[in-house]
Design a protein around this ligand. Structure first.
Ligand SMILES: Nc1ncnc2c1ncn2[C@@H]1O[C@H](COP(=O)(O)OP(=O)(O)OP(=O)(O)O)[C@@H](O)[C@H]1O
Ligand SMILES: [Mg+2]
Length: 328
């Protein structure tokens, strides 16, 4: 079976800027592939190339085994694209936008009408369907754009930051639609700055920076690269730090560390159950008082930060924490 998409040694320059620098990636059919990277990493450039809107300077780009440069028309027949910025006509109504896109995909008038109504319903836009799009909220425009990307029943769907600017409920609705599409056999390339979203949806993830792949794997593999879990606790008194570090040392798989306040101590561990109990007991025996105590599993945010040094706009600032006993 051919890959959903494949890029090999792709280079793209815009003047002096190298947007893609020998990038190679491939994704299996029927999966969600997450593409992460800081602003300017080259995500949209790659999406535009895969959707035949840009031609690489070097390298090859294929979708379902079809060359996107030589056979761009055939590629267009199998893909759907919801770009980073909604591409709907503000002066037409929602219905007109979707109907027209359906006709562009060569659906019959009747089929275009039926599909448009069905999609508007699925994205909860039926009530607004006959209003000009310029009266829609940002989130409604994005949803409409997604309807348009789905009307041709694409085998491969490119979603460039599809949930940017959506409220939490609409985001979760969209995640469910993405899951449904995948269960129906659609392959999806998703770029996102919300790492929680990649974690939820993507079977595989590639992190790109400056036009190159800098890490690739499942979310679990990427997190494992960071070296496992940490037991974290916060001291009540600064003066306890040396004693605390001595007390916990034998449970640590690597050197324990403390933050800039000197109060929060992180102890890398490999065996949760043993280390949690061991560390709690050791602190207690040394009469060291702590204000909180938790197991911190690395989040995809931690992975992203350590790989790219870039902050994300993820709203989920709190990594997955399992507080084992907190005396806050
Ligand atoms: N048409 C263009 N002309 C000039 N430079 C461009 C063009 N398109 C992209 N670039 C540059 O190429 C680089 C990659 O841009 P791209 O839009 O692919 O990044 P991105 O990863 O999608 O970023 P973001 O997260 O901000 O959407 C950037 O430095 C950008 O300024
Ligand atoms: Mg982009």
């Amino acid at each position: 079976m051919s890959n959903a998409f494949e890029a090999k040694g792709v280079v793209k320059h815009f003047g002096k800027v190298t947007a893609l620098d020998g990038l190679s990636l491939k994704a299996e059919q029927g999966t969600v592939f997450g593409l992460l990277g800081p602003n300017g990493a080259g995500k949209t450039t790659l999406v535009r190339m895969l959707s035949t809107l840009l031609v690489p300077d070097k390298g090859t780009v294929k979708v379902l085994g079809i060359d996107a440069v030589r056979n761009s028309q055939r590629v267009r027949e199998v893909i759907g694209l919801a770009g980073q910025y909604a591409a709907v006509d503000e002066f037409q109504t929602g219905y007109e936008n979707i109907y027209m896109t359906g006709r562009l995909y060569r659906l019959s008038a009747q089929e275009a009408k039926r599909r448009a109504q069905e999609l508007l319903e699925r994205f909860e836009l039926t009530e607004a369907a006959n209003r000009p799009v310029r009266t829609y909220s940002g989130g409604m425009q994005r949803r409409l754009d997604l309807c348009a990307s789905l009307i041709g029943r694409p085998k491969i769907l490119f979603l460039d930051e599809p949930t940017n600017g959506l409220d939490p409920k609409t985001r979760i609705d969209l995640w469910n639609i993405i899951r449904e599409l995948v269960s129906e056999g659609t392959s999806i390339l998703l770029t996102t700055q919300y790492l929680e979203e990649a974690d939820e949806l993507a079977n595989r993830i590639a992190v790109i920076d400056q036009g190159k792949v800098i890490a690739e794997g499942t979310s679990i593999q990427l997190k494992a690269q960071l070296g496992g879990d940490m037991v974290e606790f916060v001291l009540e008194k600064d003066a306890d730090r040396p004693a605390a570090l001595r007390a916990v040392r034998r449970f640590a798989s690597k050197q324990p560390a403390f933050d800039e306040t000197g109060l929060t101590i992180s102890v890398p561990v490999t065996n949760h159950a043993k280390s949690l109990a061991g560390i709690a007991g050791a602190l207690d025996r040394s009469r060291i008082r702590v204000s909180s105590f938790s197991l911190h599993q690395p989040s995809l945010d931690d992975v992203f930060l350590s790989l790219t040094g870039a902050a994300t706009k993820d709203t989920n600032q709190n990594p997955q924490r399992e507080t084992s006993h907190a005396a806050r």
